[in-house]
Design a protein around this ligand. Structure first.
Ligand code: ARG
Ligand code: ZN
Length: 421
C-alpha cells in the first residue's frame, strides 16, 4: 500500500455539500537496478530533476549498470518517479515503505516509558550529546578531558574527549572521529558507545585495558554539528556541512572531500549543489581544518586514525584518492581481514574490506588518506551497519549490535598497531 486516499466532506459558503479528494503518498525508499547505459542515464536524470535523496551511491556520477541504487523518494515525487521508472522498464522495488515511522522511531528516543533501552541504545539530538560530553568529563575528572578542537561554520564547538588512563611518558595515541556526514546517525552513537565501553570496562575487559594502558584516545563524537543538527530539525537526509556557497540555492561542502589528498579530482565535484562538493579549496571548511590542525599538532603521538561512517559494512584503508597501493598495504589488509573475521565469528555479520578506491570507488579529499600521508600509517574508515535494509534509518534496537561489531574492529586493529610499533 503506497497511496492513501483522503476524502474531505465539507459544506460550502452557499450551503452545498462538497467532496474533495486528495491523494497522499508517503516518503519511501526504492531499490533500483538499471541494466543498460540508457537506463543509467535516465536514472541520473530522475535523481537530479526530482526532489529525491540518493542513499547509494552518494552521487549520480557513481551510477553504473547492474549496480543497485538506493533512492529516498519523498511522497510528493513518488508517483512521478515510479511512473518514469515503469515507463522505461527499470527494475525497482520499495525497500522501505514506512520511512516516516522509522524516522519517528529514531527520534522518539526513550520517551516511550515501556522502553528498556539504555542511553547508549538511542540516538541523541546535538544538545544532548553536548550535555553528555560535559557530564562524562565532569564525572571522570582523572581520566577524561574535553578538548575544544575548533568550531563549525555556524560557530558550534567541536569538542573531543581525551581518554587518558596511563601516565607513562611518551605514550602513543589514537584518534576516532564520528559524524563527518550528518545523516549517518549510527556514527556519533558509536563514539558515545566507545567512550562508555572504555570507562565501564577498563580493568574488567583485557583488550580495552591493554589498549588504554598503552595509548590515549581522542574521540570527536560529532565532527559536523551543523549538519547533524539540521538532520534533526529540517532534513533527515542531509550529508554535508551547512556552509553557504556562491549559489544561494546550494548549501554545504562534503567534509570527506575537503581534505588535501588529490583534492577535487575524480570522485569529487567542484559544484556546490553536488553531495560530493569538495569546497573552494582544501581545508576550506572550519570543521575539516580544525581536525587537520589537531592531527598536525599531534602527529608524533597519534599512530592510529579511525573515521566512522555508515552504511554498507566495510573496513577501508588508504588509498581512496588513487588506485595506487599504500606502502604498508599488506599490514593494513591483514588488520582489517582479522577484524572482519572476528566480526563474522562473534556477530555473524559480513564486512567487506580493502583499500577504499578498489573496494568502493575513487573518492579523493578524504580524511583517512590525508591522515595517512601526514604520517599516521594506520588509518581507516569504517562503514557500519547495515547493508541497505534500513540504511541511514537503522532502528535504535540495532544500535547495540552495530556498535559492538565496530568496537570489535577498533580493538582488534588497535591491538595489532601496538604489536607493530
Ligand atoms: N562513503 C565514504 C565517503 O564517500 C567512503 C570514505 C572512504 N574514504 C575516503 N577517503 N573516501 O566519503
Ligand atoms: Zn559517510
Amino acid at each position: 500500500m503506497t497511496t492513501l486516499w483522503i476524502f474531505f466532506i465539507f459544506m460550502n459558503m452557499d450551503g452545498f455539500l462538497k467532496i474533495a479528494v486528495c491523494k497522499e503518498t508517503r516518503d519511501q525508499v526504492l531499490i533500483i537496478t538499471p541494466t543498460t547505459q540508457e537506463q543509467v542515464d535516465i536514472l541520473k536524470n530522475v535523481t537530479s530533476q526530482y526532489e529525491t535523496a540518493l542513499w547509494q551511491p552518494v552521487s549520480p556520477v557513481y551510477m553504473k549498470e547492474q549496480a543497485e541504487v538506493h533512492l529516498f523518494v519523498p511522497g510528493e515525487s513518488f508517483e512521478t518517479v515510479t511512473s518514469l521508472l515503469q515507463d522505461h522498464d527499470i527494475t525497482h522495488r520499495v525497500s522501505l515503505p514506512n520511512v516516516n515511522e522509522l524516522i519517528e522511531m529514531q527520534t522518539m528516543n526513550g520517551t516511550d516509558p515501556r522502553s528498556t533501552s539504555t542511553f547508549y541504545e538511542r540516538y541523541h539530538r546535538l544538545e544532548d550529546i553536548y550535555d553528555w560530553l560535559n557530564r562524562t568529563a565532569h564525572d571522570n575528572p582523572r581520566t577524561v578531558k574535553t578538548i575544544l578542537v575548533g568550531s563549525s561554520h555556524e560557530k558550534r564547538p567541536l569538542y573531543a574527549l581525551k581518554l587518558s588512563f596511563s601516565d607513562r611518558p611518551n605514550r602513543k595515541a589514537m584518534w576516532i572521529d564520528c559524524g563527518i556526514h550528518a545523516r549517518e546517525w549510527i556514527s556519533p552513537a558509536f563514539c558515545l558507545w566507545f567512550v562508555h565501553h572504555s570507562l565501564s570496562f577498563y580493568n574488567y575487559n583485557k583488550e580495552i585495558t591493554d589498549i588504554l594502558n598503552n595509548m590515549d584516545v581522542y574521540v570527536l563524537p560529532v565532527m559536523n554539528p551543523d549538519g547533524y543538527k539540521y538532520t534533526w530539525t529540517t532534513n533527515r537526509m542531509w550529508r554535508k556541512n551547512r556552509a553557504p556557497s556562491h549559489n544561494p540555492k546550494c548549501v554545504g561542502v562534503d567534509l570527506n572531500r575537503n581534505f588535501d589528498a588529490n583534492w577535487c579530482t575524480e570522485g569529487a565535484l567542484p559544484y556546490p549543489c553536488s553531495e560530493i562538493y569538495c569546497g573552494a579549496f582544501p581545508e576550506s571548511e572550519p570543521e575539516s581544518r580544525a581536525v587537520a590542525d589537531f592531527l598536525r599538532q599531534h602527529k608524533d603521538s597519534i599512530q592510529l586514525y579511525i573515521s566512522i561512517h555508515s552504511y554498507s559494512q566495510m573496513l577501508l584503508f588508504p588509498y581512496s584518492c588513487t588506485l595506487e597501493e599504500a606502502g604498508n598495504h599488506n599490514d593494513l589488509l591483514e588488520m582489517v581481514q582479522e577484524a572482519a573475521r572476528k566480526i563474522r565469528t562473534f556477530y555473524r555479520s559480513t564486512y567487506k574490506y580493502g583499500a577504499g578506491a578498489k573496494t568502493i570507488y575513487l573518492a579523493p579529499g578524504g580524511s583517512d588518506d590525508w591522515a595517512y600521508d601526514l604520517g599516521i600509517k594506520y588509518s581507516f574508515t569504517f562503514e557500519l551497519q547495515d547493508r541497505g535494509e534500513y540504511g541511514f534509518l537503522l532502528p535504535p534496537s540495532r544500535i547495540g549490535n552495530a556498535c559492538n561489531e565496530a568496537l570489535t574492529a577498533v580493538k582488534t586493529i588497535a591491538l595489532k598497531v601496538m604489536e607493530k610499533t
